[in-house]
Ligand binder design. Structure first.
Ligand SMILES: NC(=O)c1ccc[n+]([C@@H]2O[C@H](COP(=O)([O-])OP(=O)(O)OC[C@H]3O[C@@H](n4cnc5c(N)ncnc54)[C@H](O)[C@@H]3O)[C@@H](O)[C@H]2O)c1
Length: 271
């Protein structure tokens, strides 16, 4: 996509962290922005922040639980009604839980996969038919994680969902190219980014079980949300698929590939 002014971006998980930074960047580029997040999130306050940072920005807020197909369909319908349809869709809402695979409750397993994987699937299914039919340049951005390329211990549900997001994004770009649609795809694989993900996930987790273990990547290099948003924007503009916020992870990805093919080494995400 080369033209952004007056085009329409939709972001899920828009009230906080990476999603909010994406909305700020899209608004600053002159795009109309549809911000979607849970009803009880800071959605309205976050939209007010974007409006005050970018005077004249056209922002629509739409309470959306990405676990609910009806909500995501309603998001697509609201986008169409207000702005005529989406050009950029960022399937970004996400949560995590911690714990050994055998200890995490089934409720928490389903909750993570419903949001982190099904939320992305719903986003693609709700928006793509209209985007393809309109035939205008567009772009899908699916937020995975470094944990979509390298497994984390104590993060089984998150790893499962994020590997799924990477795989389905690769399938999507193949299918859109085969279809000849002018729609690009990027998969965002962040390492550590300072956001509210831990607090939000603890607050929202259905089981309410206390988190006893810590992420593998605490103490590692952080990349700020506005830098991540800049990387995503450049990937959309330059039509690039992989967005790795921490290129140093390449060493580990390479090691994993050699583990599969030669050494049988199991490589842990330690960014
Ligand atoms: N922060 C990191 O280090 C990091 C690293 C890798 C990947 N990610 C991914 O980045 C994405 C954004 O996370 P973040 O770090 O900005 O976290 P965040 O908690 O700051 O923002 C996530 C937003 O998603 C919303 N959300 C949660 N459940 C939802 C639901 N069911 N429906 C709609 N919205 C929902 C939350 O209300 C929140 O506003 C996630 O997919 C996350 O997995 C983050």
């Amino acid at each position: 996509m080369k033209e952004f002014r007056g085009r329409v971006a939709v972001v899920t998980g828009a009230a906080s962290g990476i999603g909010l930074a994406l909305c700020q960047r899209f608004a600053a580029e002159g795009m109309h922005v549809v911000m979607a997040d849970l009803k009880d999130s800071a959605l309205e306050e976050s939209a007010a922040k974007v409006r005050s940072a970018v005077l004249g920005a056209q922002i629509l807020t739409q309470p959306t639980d990405v676990r609910r197909w009806e909500d995501v369909q309603a998001l697509a319908a609201a986008t169409k009604a207000k702005f005529g349809g989406a050009h950029v869709v960022c399937n970004n809402a996400g949560v995590r839980t911690m714990g050994k695979i055998w200890n995490v409750s089934l409720e928490d397993w389903r909750w993570v996969i419903d949001i982190d994987l099904w939320g992305v699937i719903y986003g693609m299914k709700a928006f793509l038919p209209d985007m393809i039919a309109r035939g205008e340049p567009g772009h899908i951005v699916n937020t995975a994680s470094a944990a979509g390329l390298l497994a984390m211990s104590d993060n089984g549900p998150y790893t499962a969902a994020k590997f799924g997001v990477v795989g389905v994004s690769e399938s999507l770009i193949m299918e859109l190219r085969e279809e000849g649609a002018p729609i690009g795809v990027s998969v965002l694989c962040p390492g550590r980014v300072p956001t509210n993900i831990r607090a939000n996930s603890n607050k929202l987790r259905p089981s309410g079980e206390p988190v006893t273990s810590r992420p593998n990547n605490e103490g590692s290099r952080v990349v700020q949300t506005d830098e991540v948003a800049g990387m995503v924007f450049n990937a959309i503009r330059d039509d690039r698929f992989w967005v790795l916020t921490h290129p140093e992870m390449g060493v580990l990805v390479d090691k994993r590939a050699r583990g599969i093919l030669e050494t049988d080494e199991i490589v842990k995400m330690t960014l």
